[in-house]
Write a protein that binds this ligand. Structure first.
Ligand code: FNR
Length: 188
């Protein structure tokens, strides 16, 4: 099973990148192969209908579309910006939605968020969810939001709170099982 992992933040010290790294470790432990997206390297410009009409999807968006196509599912760790998803992710989704065939349809997705705030960026995920679902993505019902994330990690990258760590493992395992079941159904 191949999963495309992406964080919705560019900065190197990103708490969401830290959370994604931990989730990736758990997913690999559950047998998934991970393709990690580097949005800075992809350098996808802001959606522009004139660019689309004139020269088609930009190189970075085409590369992302190909990598989504090659994956069985997505794992996204998103910051919450002003009670919504960051423009980085929305822009990537907008370009992907214009690719033909549209690569997101039928993919499974696991949503994670981290924030120093008390709701852990959860509202970003509730913004992200409908944009993915309208494009035919099966978003896993359980989402994981890490509150007070600036204090939540141990130096080795694991979570300080053992109950939260257990919850994350349960969500990751459930997502892997559902994604595998979808793969099996599609092969029949
Ligand atoms: C934020 N932050 C924030 N946090 C939150 O819990 N709710 C919010 O609505 C916002 N809004 C917001 C807007 C903008 C433009 C920025 C830059 C930040 C704080 C945010 O959660 C915090 O900076 C995280 O650490 C960002 O995620 P990364 O970069 O650590 O992954």
């Amino acid at each position: 099973m191949k999963l495309l992992a992406m964080a919705g933040a560019l900065r190197s010290g990103s708490l969401n990148k830290q959370l994604l790294k931990l989730a990736v470790k758990l997913l690999e432990g559950a047998g998934a192969e991970i393709d990690l997206v580097d949005f800075r390297a992809l350098a996808i410009p802001i959606y522009d209908g004139d660019v689309e009409t004139g020269t088609g999807l930009p190189h970075g968006a085409l590369e992302l579309a190909a990598r989504v196509t090659a994956a069985d599912g997505l794992v996204i760790a998103s910051p919450e910006y002003n009670v919504s998803m960051p423009a980085l992710l929305k822009n990537a989704i907008d370009w992907l939605s214009r690719a033909k065939p549209m690569p997101l349809r039928g993919k499974n997705a696991l949503l994670l968020s981290a924030s120093p705030g008390l709701v852990g960026g959860n509202r970003a995920l509730w913004a992200l969810r409908p944009s993915l679902e309208v494009l035919g993505v099966h978003v896993y019902p359980d989402m994981f939001s890490l509150a007070s994330a600036h204090q939540a990690f141990r130096p080795d990258g694991e979570l300080v709170d053992e109950a939260l760590a257990k919850f994350l493992r349960r969500i990751v395992d459930g997502f892997v099982r559902v994604t595998r079941a979808h793969q099996t159904m599609e092969k029949k």
